[in-house]
Design a protein around this ligand. Structure first.
Ligand code: MN
Ligand code: MN
Length: 461
């Protein structure tokens, strides 16, 4: 059901729907609190998938096992992107029902040669990843999550700053008393990218030593993680806002957390996918990396990873030919799920009220995204949108449609246009977010619930 501006999903829930909705958002918040990097999201997805009976595709290939309808497999590349397949009874060539979302989020990546000392303070140099308002990243507690890969082939996992007993990190800002020059600057210059350096220590190791504070930090890293300064050359350490996801508001109707773009769609897609048992068309859930920097690289949507994994699945099912693969892709349908800009009454001027997404109005469908004259958008086919409306109405899913702000106010993109290149039907959908790309984004629990229902209805269609 399409909800109009005067409607609100909260008014229509039964008691049992409401408790189902709250259980779902609790599980979602636990996921957000635990998974703050693409690697952590994929690892958790694998563990959830295994519990739901999914098998590793690599093992199927290695043991030359056969796949049949009803079988469930997953493939992971570089620990950062995952494709899950639930084999349907229909032939592959009829097409797949695909859910896609991304698991990377804006953050600060620690540079390759990061550690330095200045006037008795030790810092880690960072390089921001994705679109951020740099001024939002100063003076908040940050945690470090990631890996350090050593020359001997071992990979050290690092998570520091989440447990209350552990220290956190921060980036300083100049005190207001001395900020008269800074306060005159444009927003994108108030905090410079090169100044996004994490404060990490202040105790000198020995007197009269060169870089005594830095050396002390290196000793701590050696003791705690067994790593040397050079090991940071082959590390992926991400500075992210520290702390758990929280319920927001007196009525606890919303979620406040880092990384909801796009884990709100990733988690709900995965939850819907794993709870779907028997499907007629083969169902796929794709959780991909690198969307925030253009879907590039081996783990981004532009890589051949998904196509190659599908070829392997079809081969193991005795259904692979080059032509069959092409037909399967062409006949597929996809919900490309990513967050939508929620209407923010404090910034009303950048929205078209009638074509905006609102909290409590259900899962959001964007026929197109892009910027200016729909540049770089996947403009979904009208016929496909009609099909989707029918599916949503049959599944009693509350939904709304929106654009990413007013015409010419800005814009953005998703992974939708990449998958559409196969000739398949793809439409953007997702959950509305306030303060998108900020350290603490806001979503509505009712929209999270409706998104999950929409994904389930789509997979069963
Ligand atoms: Mn996104
Ligand atoms: Mn984004």
């Amino acid at each position: 059901m399409r909800l109009n501006n005067e409607d609100n999903a909260w008014l229509s829930y039964s008691k049992s729907e409401k408790s189902e909705l709250m259980d779902l958002s609790d599980a979602y918040m636990a996921f957000l609190s635990k998974c703050k990097t693409e690697r952590e999201c994929v690892r958790e997805a694998v563990s959830m998938a295994k519990k739901a009976g999914y098998k590793d595709l690599d093992e199927i290939i290695a043991k030359d096992k056969r796949l049949k309808p009803g079988d469930k497999v997953y493939a992971v590349t570089m620990g950062k992107t995952i494709a899950l397949f639930n084999l349907g009874v229909e032939p592959f060539e009829n097409g797949l029902n695909i859910l896609g979302a991304h698991v990377d989020s804006p953050r600060l990546d620690v540079k390759q040669s990061p550690l330095y000392e200045d006037t008795g303070l030790a810092y880690l140099n960072t390089h921001y990843y994705g679109g951020i308002k740099k001024y939002q990243y100063v003076t908040i507690p940050l945690a470090i999550h990631g890996v350090v890969a050593k020359k001997d082939g071992t990979v050290v996992e690092v998570v520091i700053g989440e447990d209350e007993k552990e220290p956190v990190f921060t980036i300083t800002d100049i005190l207001i008393h001395l900020a008269s020059e800074q306060m005159e600057k444009k927003g994108n210059k108030v905090i410079e990218g090169e100044n996004l350096d994490l404060l990490v220590g202040s105790i000198p190791q020995k007197p009269k030593e060169k870089n005594p504070v830095k050396n002390n930090i290196l000793s701590i890293l050696k003791n705690k993680y067994g790593i040397d300064e050079d090991d940071l050359l082959s590390a992926e350490l991400e500075a992210v806002p520290a702390g758990k996801a929280r319920s927001l508001g007196f009525d606890e109707s919303m979620v406040l957390s880092y990384g909801q773009d796009d884990r709100v769609c990733a988690y709900t897609s995965l939850a819907a996918f794993l709870s779907t048992e028997k499907v007629s068309r083969t169902a796929v859930c794709l959780l991909v990396d690198k969307e925030e920097i253009g879907s590039v690289g081996a783990t981004g949507m532009k890589s051949r990873f998904f196509e190659n994994s599908l070829a392997e699945v079809m081969n193991a099912a005795g259904a692979y030919t080059e032509l069959a693969l092409r037909r399967t892709l062409k006949n597929s349908k996809m919900l490309s799920s990513d967050v939508a800009a929620s209407y923010d009454p404090l910034y009303a001027s950048v929205f078209d009220k009638q074509n905006s997404a609102y909290f409590g109005h259900g899962v959001v469908f964007n026929k197109y995204t892009g910027s200016r004259g729909k540049s770089s958008s996947n403009d979904a086919n009208a016929e496909y949108m009609a099909e989707i409306r029918a599916i949503l109405d049959a599944g009693k899913v509350r939904f709304q449609t929106s654009e990413l702000g007013k015409v010419d106010a800005g814009g953005g993109g998703t992974i939708a246009y990449i998958m559409s290149l196969y000739g398949m039907d793809v439409i953007d959908c997702g959950v509305a977010v306030l303060s998108m790309h900020s350290p603490f984004e806001v979503t509505s629990k009712s929209d999270i619930y409706e998104a999950t229902k929409a994904y389930r209805a789509f997979l069963m269609a």
